[in-house]
Design a protein around this ligand. Structure first.
Ligand SMILES: [Zn+2]
Length: 218
């Protein structure tokens, strides 16, 4: 019996501000993937009314990394409900070597071994510059980079007021860049060692970045 082609599963990696959110939208639409965005899941969870949510909210605002079990708790619930013939896209995770190993085990168990880790590569300086200028619309929640010194930016899509995310303050940005260097670099090495890493130059216009990704995926 001919075996059906296994669904494509993607792990999207990159320092904060590397364009993961934008690229993940393009990818999950193109490849009909189930989107698992750790940042969104954690933010949503942090707005719930329970003890863990309150602790998480405080830690996220300080730029801290959520403990490993928490993203897994949120991922596993989503993953259990994804149809077997549909691929999944993890946006911005795993963030530690141990998470990468555990996630690979989980995906193997689901026979989701057709896995590609895509790294959107930008420098630390570029990351800082982008995040310090990032604003999110209070109404439609879209993000954009605004000009420096522009305090009251207006959303291009809906005219809403653009706000700074609580976690996009200089101290918290520096903390995230530091853990990317220390922790996520090990995740990148892990996928590289297993022949699953695709490195993409993130210092290019959005269209060119997606074009490079799609070309690399074949
Ligand atoms: Zn808006």
């Amino acid at each position: 019996m001919e075996k059906q082609q296994k669904p494509l599963n993607i792990v999207l990696l990159g320092i904060s501000g590397s364009g993961k959110g934008t690229q993940s939208k393009i990818l999950y639409e193109k490849y009909n993937l189930e989107y698992i965005g750790t940042g969104n899941l954690l933010r949503e969870f942090s707005n719930e009314d329970n003890v863990a949510a309150k602790r998480l909210k405080k830690e996220l605002a300080e730029g801290k990394l959520a403990p490993t079990w928490l993203p897994f708790y949120l991922w596993m619930d989503k993953l259990a409900h994804v149809q077997e013939d549909k691929g999944v896209l993890f946006d911005g995770s795993p963030r530690k070597l141990s998470e990468a190993q555990l996630l690979t085990d989980v995906l193997d168990w689901y026979e989701r071994d057709n896995l590609k880790a895509i790294l959107l590569d930008i420098s630390e300086e570029e990351s800082f510059k982008r995040l310090i200028n990032r604003r999110t619309c209070g109404k439609c929640k879209k993000s954009a980079y605004v000009e420096k010194d522009k305090e009251e930016a207006i959303c291009d899509y809906c005219g809403g007021l653009m706000n700074i995310r609580p976690e996009d303050n200089p101290e918290s940005i520096k903390t995230r860049i530091k853990w990317f260097k220390e922790e996520v670099s090990q995740v990148i090495q892990f996928f590289e060692k297993h022949g699953k890493l695709i490195r993409i130059n993130g210092n290019q216009p959005v269209d060119k970045v997606s074009e490079d990704i799609i070309k690399a995926l074949g």
